[in-house]
Write a protein that binds this ligand. Sequence first.
Ligand SMILES: Cc1cc2nc3c(=O)[nH]c(=O)nc-3n(C[C@H](O)[C@H](O)[C@H](O)COP(=O)(O)OP(=O)(O)OC[C@H]3O[C@@H](n4cnc5c(N)ncnc54)[C@H](O)[C@@H]3O)c2cc1C
Length: 565
Amino acid sequence: MTTSPEPASGQSPGPPAPDVDVLVVGAGITGIYQLYRAREAGFSVQLVEAGDGVGGTWYWNRYPGARFDSESYTYAFLFSRELFDEWEWQEHFAGQPEIERYLNHVVDRFDLRRHMRFGAKVTSATYDEPSGTWRVVTGDGGEVRTRVLVAATGVLSVPYFPDVPGREDFRGESYHTGLWPTTPVDFAGKRVAVIGTGSSGVQLIPVIAGEVASLTVYQRTANWCTPLNNAPIAPDEQAKLRADFDAMCETLNTSPAGFLHGAHDRATYDDPEEERLAFFEQMWNSPGFSKLISHYTDLMVDPAANAEWCEFLAGKVRGIVRDPATAEKLIPKDHRFAEKRPPFVHGYYEAFNLPDVMLVDLKETPILRVTPSGIETAEGIREFDIVVWATGFDFGTGALLRMGIRGRDGLALADDWADGPRTFLGVQTAGFPNLFFPGGPHAAAGNNPRYNGDQVDFVTETIVYVRDHGYDTVEVGREAQERWTSMVDRNASKSNFGEISYYFGTNIPGKPRKYLLNSGGRPKLFAMIAEVLQSDYAAFRMSRSSDRSTDRSTDRSTDLTGTSA
Ligand SMILES: Cc1cc2nc3c(=O)[nH]c(=O)nc-3n(C[C@H](O)[C@H](O)[C@H](O)COP(=O)(O)OP(=O)(O)OC[C@H]3O[C@@H](n4cnc5c(N)ncnc54)[C@H](O)[C@@H]3O)c2cc1C
């Protein structure tokens, strides 16, 4: 990765020189880490971000109740012991304000802000073959020519609004949870509708339920919600976290899903019924994702075991929600536990016991239209002051396909991926040299920063390798890409998540039904990265500008011998 020299006077100008070695798009946790790593590796770096501040998900999703489902200290950056020691998380599962403060602290602590430009949405990124650079145009009128383009644009960063007639006609206040304004919304005494009961809706609903004049919840699909079981971090726990830092990193850096929760050692029917129920109760009272990771080992593979846990959960809902008809509507009937991403809650089911909280089941009475003053279903019209769309995101590929990316020979990424993404390791795609997208489609599932961080580490190692070997472009070969992509597609049916899940793009009309996570998980990613390094990047094609002018690129992609994928 060398910057092209200025032409000597009298010579015809060579290909345009890049302004920077690396341009990162997105100031979420992945982009911040990529900026840090690339700068530490000696590259000149800039970062552009569509929003007006740092945080990505934690900048946009500032709705009341937004908080982690990952334990705060396991989500945090682990690259600096000093950083870990100096930031005291207040809660095991921090709320959005604390997370946003933390990410801003990191940016300032490592002097990263001066490399960042906000309010700069990338509208096009075009690869220029002769110079081996990307020309990136932003909506604020900016243009940057970069050698390497890292799109850390997130998998949950394009909010989705269902196509409901009249949505634009509503004259009250209207919000999407993923585009929440920076000035607080005043819910006091208002008639509020919340559409959607996924992870965001179920966080918001209990927080505003006691404040509003009335709350109507429009539910398309009931979810298996279980308690988050959050708590403040006590002083002795703070001390233990610090004392155990190295052991914690070891666990997080090797755990398949990037969590501290350990696997259980028993299957459901190893225990007699009484012990099973006691264990279910223990799970109900355990924190966050331990309900998946530390549950009976056969929970996700034995339908009878899963059904028994679901029956236990249904009993909990019936025990909490006083109105039996409402309780039945809140109990999923169309999917097993963890077939969709299970939300974690605090006081969600209890909210339906408040006098002015109502549930509308959209399977029985779909929304016909939004009117200027409310929402009409087959039941009639309800009038509202505020409508909140908690209707999710265009997961996985949403942001990348909206960036106007064009690679070799003008190939549009949106066309190339018309039938679904094709990647190698979820970081590169053939035909788009020097473009990387850590934290994008085909990343693993679990605690995001851990596996997105693995990908950033790999991207950084790769561009250092390219630079140190005197090349300036790198592009994965098609063979390696097809093998990785077929592994993802082939194993999709083995995933816990079913096609009902947004992880298959099912929530977006017309989107190809492709699994958008890496179904091999982190272990497959680690195995494949090891193979890439061992084979000296045999799966990649590298070139330098002098070679490109004479077509002598080093194409070693046919040499790939690995079999891990
Ligand atoms: C409400 C909510 C709660 C979540 N909770 C958890 C959790 O507890 N644990 C967990 O592991 N994960 C959680 N997630 C997933 C979360 O998205 C990831 O943890 C993490 O934020 C991903 O970071 P990122 O930097 O890859 O992407 P993001 O945080 O999404 O950041 C991407 C950034 O790229 C910017 N961008 C996109 N396109 C462009 C463009 N064309 N030009 C310029 N900028 C652009 C966006 O504006 C955004 O700021 C949650 C997601 C949501 C929505």
